[in-house]
Structures are given as structure tokens and as C-alpha cells.
Design a binder for this molecule. Structure first.
Ligand code: NAG
Ligand code: NAG
Ligand code: NAG
Ligand code: NAG
Ligand code: NAG
Ligand code: NAG
Ligand code: NAG
Ligand code: NAG
Ligand code: NAG
Length: 554
């Protein structure tokens, strides 16, 4: 293929480029475009390379699989590589050669979280042996839409088991089937979670992007810890059909990517009405999805009204280690936004923030939903080797199956739901709790502040932000903000994994009204393009395989 020629010429072009820089002359051979480095290759750069036949989707899959194998024994970000990925890539390459393009992700490899079901050779387990080799009747809607857009489902990412809805003393990013995921910015780094593997995979360019799920923080927080962009969409913008649930009232599915525009491209592909998830009937404008890619506007901050919930941040400062350094860098980001024309509204506060942070209603709602939603998921299985049909069954299995690491990792979340709370979302008490939660996220919180101060968005450090959007099902985008300084004291979790340490990243959250993703994407993009914080991250482990290595091996 023509690509071999490129490999031979590469060093020559390199020399020529430095010569040309010193003395501008017209090159006598047309210069080959550079191959995109996979650590931060944008989807548009990859599409361009595929279109110009610089490389194929088979090459891309090959390169990403090699990258996964380079780091996975250390980081456990990927739980399963799709053994069909190369065949799927060859198929998509053939279609491209025939001029058939399925959609904007044609031939682009994407990793998805292991609680999102696929009907193929891969498992969907939420990291538990209870669901190993279980099968579903069809693809989840998210998987189907990705395939329809042309994406190659490259594999499944590791996660906090059951999306961190099992244990009071486990760790983020641990699952019985996938082991412990680590972050790539510090030795044994706590990746936060629960979409830990998806975030670490995007940190390291193990695919062109990934998919996570969030109930309260599971996209935003691992993205913050991973120096990547996480989009937590409005509950109802993306279908949860055949996604292993926590809570139908809070769960949502969204992209994790190296940059905002790629998140927009992926969100565009997965958003939309789905008859199998009636929350998607809340999508405004008769279900027409805005153009999120066009929303990526460098000037989006000009004239935008952006609120800062200082009193909620002050409450968080009393709860979160080293919030102070995050706020210092946050305040610099605020100046950058002001310089870009944003109208900053200080003290745009969540009036019931203290009550929310002190309340247990969110847990009551999610427990009640979990019991019912989990059974509904199990009932849809075609094959269910362990015959689990209820939370009681899973608890029984988990406590008796050695590799589930019980009691070292307890089942307190389930014990509380089943034996303390003892009611589910069919109980009248559910509505009382849910209405209280809606108040905390609505009038008493994020939505109230947006309404009162006529805001386009609220911003705050990403760490500690998700709870303010969770109850109302509101969207959040986390973008890289900064890194802990070299003299930062290391803080470890109960199992010795550092979550605060020199070089560990943290993000900034853009939070908005329900279905305001297009607006948030614009603001996040304008901020990202002015700061490019991700480029300053210092990985301690990084895969080295590049497209040129794959091309050279033919
Ligand atoms: C699931 O994982 C098991 C064990 O790794 C494997 O044998 C099986 O092929 C995988 N896929 C399905 C759909 O069970
Ligand atoms: C949505 O679907 C659920 C489960 O299928 C059903 O119980 C509920 O009544 C539906 N809600 C609406 C508003 O259609
Ligand atoms: C927090 O909750 C406890 C127990 O419900 C209550 O006693 C206390 O007053 C609450 N504090 C705030 C700040 O709401
Ligand atoms: C939910 O609670 C009702 C009332 O107690 C009960 O009949 C039903 O079986 C419960 N649903 C599940 C899935 O446990
Ligand atoms: C699950 O149920 C099937 C059919 O009843 C049975 O053959 C199988 O042994 C059961 N599996 C377990 C692990 O109990
Ligand atoms: C986790 O909690 C369980 C139940 O309290 C306890 O038996 C176990 O020792 C705890 N694990 C650790 C590592 O503390
Ligand atoms: C993730 O980070 C948040 C801080 O924003 C912290 O409260 C939480 O404990 C972390 N979660 C885990 C499971 O590490
Ligand atoms: C990729 O990272 C390099 C090094 O940090 C940076 O110079 C370049 O602009 C980045 N490219 C993209 C597309 O983000
Ligand atoms: C694809 C892959 O590397 N999977 C690994 C995930 O983690 C488990 C447990 O550590 C390994 O056994 C798998 O091989």
C-alpha cells in the first residue's frame, strides 16, 4: 500500500522540514501530512487519514490493540478486547472503498463501559462474575447507535464494580472480573470512578474515545482525575436501554474523550429518542438533536452569563482534600473566561446546598430504583448462567463466590437497600424522597440559580460538583483545569492508592439547565481552546505504539 512509501520518506521529510524552517523554499516533492499521534489524535484527524488512505481502520484497530496490551497489565483499563474488531474494521474499510460511509464515526474505534450491553462476542457484566457469559437479546441502544454511526466497538472498559453500587469499602475502578484500574499520572493512582477504565483509556489514547455512564459523578470525576473531557448528558438525552442500571431517575450515558469536539461528535451519535427508554421522550424540539459539533465555537464565551456558586464551593472546601489549590487555578480560569467576554456572576448560589450535602434522600431514591431496575435488566437476559433475577440473588452470589472478594469488599450498599430501607420505587415513600431530591437540584440548587440569575452555565471545580446536577438530571461537562503542584502532600484512599499527589490532574465543570448540552459544549470548547491544559499533563506510563509502527510492520 502507499503507506509503506510514507514510512520510508518520514525521516527525509523531517530533515527537510527543519531545513525549510531555516530557509523558506518551495519543496520539490509534495510533503506527506504527519500521522496523528495516538495519545491525542482527534476524530477529525483520524477521519482525514482514513479518507486520504494514509492508513486504514484495520491499521487503527491494530495500533490501538497494541497500545492496550502495552499498558493493560499495569493499569487494567480494558476488561475485554473485541475479538471481532479487526474483522469489523476490514468490513468498514471495504465499505469506505465502495464509497459507503455509515456516519461520522465510520471506521473509528471506540471503547465502551462494561455495563453497556452488546450482542456480540463480548461480555456485559458490570465487572461481576454473576453476569459472566450472560447474553442479551439485542445490542443496547447506545451500542446500536455507535455501530450505525460507523464506530468499531473496540472493547469494553473496566469500571468500579456495579458502577460503585455495592460496597462501602471497595475502591474506584475495581471489579472482580477486571481487577484494579489505576490512573496514569501517579504510581498506583486512584482513578476515581465509576467509568474508571473509560477515562484512563481516553487519557492514554487506547481508542479514539470512550463511553461512560453516570448516576452521580461516574463520568465527571474519572474524567477530572484522568485529564480528559467527560460529558454527562441530561438524563433522557441518551437511552439506557440494556445498560445495567443504578437509577432510572439519575442514570445517563455519555462520552469521555481527549477534547471537547470529539465528545460532541460522539454525543451526536448516541443522543436521541428511543422507544425503549421513555425518558428520552423528554428531549425538546420534537426530539431533534442540536448540532453539537457546530456548537464548538471559539467565541462562545463572548456575552455568556456564567455563575459561580461560591457558598456551595465553600461547603465543598470543608469536605474535599486540597480543594484550595483547585480553587486558585479555578479563579485563573474565571479570568480567562472574563477576558473572552463572559459575564461572570459571583455568588450565584444553591440555596439548599447545605441540606443536600447533609441529606440521605439521593441514596433512598437510587436504592429504590436499583432494586427494580436491576431485576428488569436480569429479566431481559437471554442466557443467565448464574440465574440471578434479583438484588437478593446477586448479593447471595457475591457473598459466596470467592473471586468477588467478599467480605474484604463488603456489600453494604445492597444490605442497606434490602434490609434497612426495605422499599423500592413502587412505594409512596419513593415520591416523597424523589420530590425532595428534585427540589435540591431544582429550585433549591442548580436549576434555581440558573433561572434566578438568567445564566447560560454554572462553573465550579469538577471534584465535588456532580451531586449538584445529579438529582435534577442536569448536564455537566468536565474539562481539564490543572494539576496538583510538585510540593503537594500525597493523600491516599483506605487501600493505599493516592488520589491527591503531585501531577494528578483535576477538571472544571460546566453545568447547565436540562438539555442545554449545545450551550455547555460551546463554553467548554471556548475555554479548552484558550487553555489547552491537557497538553501539560505528565503521564508516568504511556503506550508507544503509533500508526507508523503498524504501517512499518507490513
Ligand atoms: C465472555 O467471557 C468468557 C470468559 O472470558 C468467554 O469465554 C466468552 O466467550 C465471553 N463472551 C460471552 C458472550 O460470553
Ligand atoms: C415508562 O416506561 C416504564 C417501564 O416500561 C413504565 O412503567 C412507565 O409507565 C413509562 N412512563 C411513561 C411516562 O410512559
Ligand atoms: C444534618 O442532618 C442532621 C441529622 O439529620 C441534623 O441533625 C443537622 O441539623 C443537619 N445539618 C444541617 C446543616 O442541615
Ligand atoms: C417492589 O416493592 C413491591 C412492594 O413491596 C414488591 O411487591 C415488589 O416485588 C418489589 N419489586 C422488586 C423488583 O423487588
Ligand atoms: C440455572 O438454571 C438452570 C435451569 O434451571 C440450571 O440448569 C442451572 O444449573 C442453574 N445454574 C446455577 C448456577 O444454579
Ligand atoms: C470491609 O468491610 C467488611 C464488613 O465490615 C469487613 O469485614 C472488611 O474487613 C472490610 N475490609 C477492609 C479492607 O477494611
Ligand atoms: C471521587 O472523588 C470524590 C471527590 O470529588 C470523592 O468524594 C469520592 O470519594 C471519590 N470517589 C471514590 C470512589 O474514590
Ligand atoms: C497533542 O499534544 C501535543 C503535545 O502536547 C500538542 O502540541 C498538540 O497540539 C496536541 N494535538 C492535539 C490535536 O491536541
Ligand atoms: C483484556 C485484558 O487485559 N483483560 C484483563 C482484565 O483484567 C483481568 C484481571 O486482572 C485479566 O485476567 C484480564 O486478562
Amino acid at each position: 500500500m502507499g503507506l509503506g512509501r510514507w514510512v520510508v520518506f518520514a525521516p527525509v521529510i523531517g530533515l527537510f522540514a527543519s531545513f525549510a524552517a531555516a530557509r523558506p523554499i518551495t519543496p520539490c516533492t509534495p510533503s506527506q501530512p504527519e500521522l496523528p499521534p495516538l495519545i491525542n489524535a482527534t476524530i477529525s484527524a483520524l477521519v482525514k487519514g482514513l479518507q486520504s488512505k494514509q492508513f486504514t481502520s484495520v491499521d487503527l484497530v491494530e495500533a490501538y490493540i497494541r497500545r492496550i496490551h502495552e499498558v493493560n497489565s499495569a493499569l487494567h483499563a480494558v476488561i475485554e478486547v473485541n475479538c471481532d474488531a479487526l474483522d469489523l474494521a476490514a468490513q468498514l474499510d471495504a465499505e469506505r472503498a465502495d464509497g459507503q460511509i455509515r456516519g461520522p464515526l465510520h471506521g473509528i474505534p471506540i471503547l465502551i463501559k462494561n455495563n453497556i450491553a452488546t450482542k456480540d462476542g463480548m461480555n456485559t457484566t458490570s465487572g461481576s462474575y454473576a453476569l459472566l457469559k450472560s447474553t442479551v437479546p439485542e445490542d443496547s441502544t447506545i451500542a446500536r447507535k455507535l455501530r450505525e454511526a460507523g464506530a468499531i466497538l473496540l472493547g469494553k472498559t473496566n469500571l468500579s464494580q456495579w458502577a460503585y453500587y455495592r460496597s462501602s469499602n471497595s475502591t474506584s475502578g475495581w471489579s472482580a472480573l477486571g481487577g484494579q484500574t489505576y490512573g496514569a499520572y501517579y504510581r498506583d493512582q486512584d482513578p476515581n470512578g465509576s467509568s474508571s477504565g473509560s477515562a484512563v483509556a481516553s487519557s492514554l489514547g487506547l481508542a479514539a474515545g470512550s463511553i461512560g455512564t453516570e448516576t452521580d459523578g461516574s463520568i465527571v470525576l474519572p474524567s477530572s482525575w484522568g485529564n480528559v473531557v467527560g460529558i454527562k448528558p441530561t438524563v433522557g438525552l441518551t437511552s439506557r436501554s440494556l445498560v445495567i442500571p443504578i437509577s432510572e431517575h439519575l442514570d445517563t450515558v455519555g462520552p469521555i474523550s481527549t477534547n471537547v469536539k470529539d465528545g460532541a461528535i460522539i454525543l451526536q451519535a448516541i443522543a436521541g429518542f428511543d422507544a425503549k427508554d421513555n425518558y428520552t421522550s423528554a428531549i425538546p424540539n420534537h426530539g431533534v438533536i442540536p448540532d453539537y459539533v457546530a456548537a464548538c465555537n471559539y467565541y462562545a464565551l463572548a456575552g455568556a452569563r456564567i455563575g459561580i456558586p461560591r457558598s456551595a464551593m465553600a461547603l465543598r472546601a470543608t469536605q474535599i482534600s486540597t480543594y484550595g489549590p483547585q480553587v486558585q487555578i479555578f479563579d485563573k480560569a474565571v479570568s480567562i473566561m472574563r477576558d473572552a467576554g463572559a459575564v461572570i456572576v459571583e455568588n450565584s448560589d444553591f440555596t439548599a446546598a447545605a441540606e443536600l450535602l447533609n441529606s440521605t434522600v439521593e441514596g433512598l431514591v437510587t436504592n429504590a430504583d436499583f432494586i427494580v431496575g436491576l431485576s428488569r435488566y436480569f429479566n431481559q437476559l437471554v442466557e443467565n448462567p448464574e440465574n440471578v433475577t434479583s438484588l437478593e440473588d446477586v448479593r447471595q452470589f457475591t457473598q459466596s463466590f470467592g473471586l468477588e472478594d467478599y467480605p474484604n469488599r463488603d456489600t453494604k450498599v445492597w444490605d442497606d437497600a434490602l434490609f434497612e430501607q426495605r422499599w423500592n420505587n413502587t412505594d409512596p415513600r419513593f415520591w416523597e424522597a424523589y420530590m425532595e431530591l428534585l427540589y435540591y437540584g431544582g429550585e433549591g440548587g442548580l436549576l434555581g440559580a440558573i433561572e434566578r440569575d438568567n445564566l447560560d452555565a454554572i462553573i465550579m471545580p469538577a471534584n465535588g460538583s456532580p451531586i449538584f446536577a445529579a438529582g435534577a438530571g442536569a448536564p455537566v461537562i468536565s474539562v481539564p483545569l490543572g494539576f496538583y503542584a510538585a510540593d503537594t502532600t500525597v493523600v491516599k484512599n483506605d487501600r493505599g492508592m493516592p488520589f491527591v499527589a503531585p501531577g494528578i490532574p483535576f477538571g472544571i465543570s460546566f453545568m447547565g439547565a436540562r438539555f442545554s448540552e449545545a450551550k455547555l459544549i460551546g463554553l467548554a470548547y471556548a475555554y479548552e481552546q484558550r487553555t489547552r491544559v491537557r497538553d501539560r499533563g505528565k503521564l508516568i506510563i504511556e503506550p508507544t505504539t503509533e500508526l507508523r509502527d503498524v504501517l512499518a510492520s507490513y
